[in-house]
Design a protein around this ligand. Structure first.
Ligand SMILES: Cc1ncc(C[n+]2csc(CCOP(=O)(O)OP(=O)(O)O)c2C)c(N)n1
Ligand SMILES: [Mg+2]
Length: 549
């Protein structure tokens, strides 16, 4: 008879195709980690739990399901922010935490790591997961595991499984019948009406445009949206959160829309549209460019996993993927003569006359674009590392990752480990501010341990640059580090500090030629930033600086 531990990881490997797990053990979780290590899943142990969560999140965004294993409270609670990020941005991560034994729970001593009640950690995770369980009975454990994992997959949000350390070695009882996956279907009348009304609306519009957003990627239906766009020749934009789910060199692709933070031609096209087709869109303040957006709500079509609407008319019981299928077959008139107002442009290599120019945020992104080859992945942390990337075009699809809605600092370096796990081709670039690097940059130690070779670009603008544009004070000052010493600390890879355009260009060539960790400290003048960050700072300054009002 199989034990719970053996069953759990075999199920996740065989049925759910999970190949890597990210974790950090502790005594309550050690018996579970032993089963994990004996399974076919490759375990990557990291230096700190926030990083475990971010790595599992990025792995989930790429592979469809992530796994984060931690110990009780000290580990799990350390990871709440990362799992909150995965919840907010719809990333399906399974959290497995060790926990006190069933006997401990009966005796009820002040057990180490316990906070308030034995249930505290589960209740906290209830807020940031779509399903949760504490496995207290071997007879129901299998059904409980399946319930949580299936819900995670269906909702694309994290789930929580806590395993008492004594239970994991016990034989499990397989349920007599396996739970049946319920496939939801649309109300046909509602779906017919929705499709016929939006078809008429699209046909009578002059300038329809699709906003292709994050739910398309998370629910594996991006291809349906692209097929719809191509079939009727309707242009598309992405958002910062969905950037690169549409290949950024696609002739119908206009750029990233983010209200007043967008590139001007992209913003104008979207805001002049008399028919916005929002597919899988999160209407966030980032999407709205901190409320600088000027969108025509009455003429918008919204289709997400949670709603279907045309203007202010809402349609109930419509399944996202079914409606997308129907859209491609609808009687929509194919358009002709679309002239892309913001096409992908051929990038100009550096001219010799620019070699000694000092670097700035904009020139950094220009030079970086020259080096992002086919198959490479770009991961951007919060700050100018993200906002500055709005205008760059990646060459392949699905190779841009960031927590562009939740905006937690510290995402990029650990996420690069998640992206490198199981990645045999293409390089992974992590772009990170100096402030964010001070949060999780030490995770490069994990990259060294597993022979991974991320290229890390630290944008050193001497502190919390983004916040200086909102409200400045001593709180935005951080200690200046000698960032290039990090490779001495971890005794792996090479590092270089660059101040001019040519130095950056050379450093990137060197990094790409070497198959080891590369850390490039990019010195950006303290008062410089991308135009996107400047605009966002001005706008957030107006909103947050209430003393000025
Ligand atoms: C975990 C976390 N803590 C605090 C913040 C608030 N915050 C937003 S931007 C920022 C400064 C970022 O500094 P840095 O990483 O150097 O990037 P820069 O703004 O300079 O480009 C801070 C502290 C946050 N977003 N996430
Ligand atoms: Mg900074």
């Amino acid at each position: 008879m199989q034990t719970l531990g053996a069953y759990l990881f075999e199920y996740l490997y065989k049925e759910k195709k999970i190949r890597h797990a990210f974790g950090l053990p502790g005594d309550f979780a050690l018996p579970t980690f032993r089963w994990l290590e004996q399974s076919q899943i490759e375990l990557i142990t990291m230096t700190h739990e926030p990083s475990v969560g971010f790595a599992a999140d990025s792995y989930a965004r790429i592979h469809g399901l992530g796994l984060a294993c931690v110990t009780y409270c000290v580990g799990g609670l350390n990871m709440v922010n990362s799992i909150a990020c995965a919840y907010a941005e719809k990333s399906p991560v399974i959290v497995i935490s060790g926990g006190p034994s069933i006997l401990d729970r009966k005796r009820d001593p002040l057990l180490h790591h316990k906070v308030k009640t034995f249930d505290t950690q589960r209740r906290i995770f209830e807020e940031v997961t779509c399903a949760n369980t504490i496995l207290l009975d071997p007879k129901t454990a299998v059904a409980e595991i399946m319930r949580v994992v299936e819900t995670v997959q269906a909702e694309c949000r994290p789930g929580y499984i806590e395993i008492p350390y004594d239970l994991v070695d016990l034989p499990i009882v397989l349920p007599s019948s396996m739970p049946v996956t319920i496939v939801s279907t649309s109300d046909t009348e509602s779906l017919d009406l929705f499709i016929s009304e939006i078809t008429a609306h699209i046909n009578q519009s002059k300038q329809p445009v699709i906003i292709a957003d994050v739910e398309l990627q998370r629910h594996g239906v991006t291809d349906k949206a692209i097929a719809f766009a191509e079939r009727f020749s309707i242009p598309l934009v992405a958002t910062l959160l969905s950037k690169s789910i549409i290949p950024e060199t696609h002739p119908l692709y206009i750029g990233v829309y983010s209200g007043g933070l967008s590139e001007a031609a992209c913003q104008k096209y979207v805001e002049d549209s008399d028919c916005l087709i929002m597919l899988g869109t999160f209407i966030t303040d980032v999407f709205l460019g901190q409320y600088t957006a000027n969108l025509d709500r009455k003429n918008s079509i919204v289709l997400t996993t949670e709603s279907a609407a045309l203007g202010l008319h809402h349609y109930s019981d419509i399944v996202f993927s079914e409606a997308l299928d129907r859209l491609s077959k609808a009687a929509i008139t194919k358009r002709s003569g679309f002239i892309n107002p913001n096409p992908a442009r051929e990038l100009m290599p550096l001219a010799a006359s620019e070699y000694n120019d000092p670097l700035g945020a904009e020139s950094f992104f220009h030079i970086l674009s020259l080096h992002i080859g086919q198959g490479s992945t770009l991961i951007c942390d919060t700050g100018d590392a993200l906002l500055g990337a709005i205008g760059i075009r990646t060459t392949a699809s699905k190779n841009f990752l960031s927590d562009a809605y939740y905006l937690s600092m510290g995402f990029a370096v650990p996420a690069s480990i998640g992206a490198l796990a199981g990645n045999k081709e293409g390089r992974v670039f992590a772009i990170v501010g100096d402030g964010a690097f001070q949060m999780t940059g030490m995770e490069l130690s994990t990259a060294a341990k597993y022979g991974m070779a991320p290229i890390v670009l630290i944008l050193n603008n001497d502190g919390y640059g983004t916040q200086r544009h909102i409200i400045d004070g001593q709180f935005n000052v951080i200690t200046m580090w000698d960032y290039t010493k990090i490779t001495d600390v971890i005794q792996s890879g090479f590092s270089v500090k660059v101040k001019t355009k040519k130095q950056l260009d050379d450093a990137l060539l060197q990094a790409l030629a070497a198959n080891e960790i590369a850390v490039i400290e990019v010195v950006i003048p303290r008062d410089d930033c991308s135009s996107h960050l400047r605009k966002m700072g001005e706008q957030l300054g107006k909103l947050r600086n209430t003393q000025k009002k």
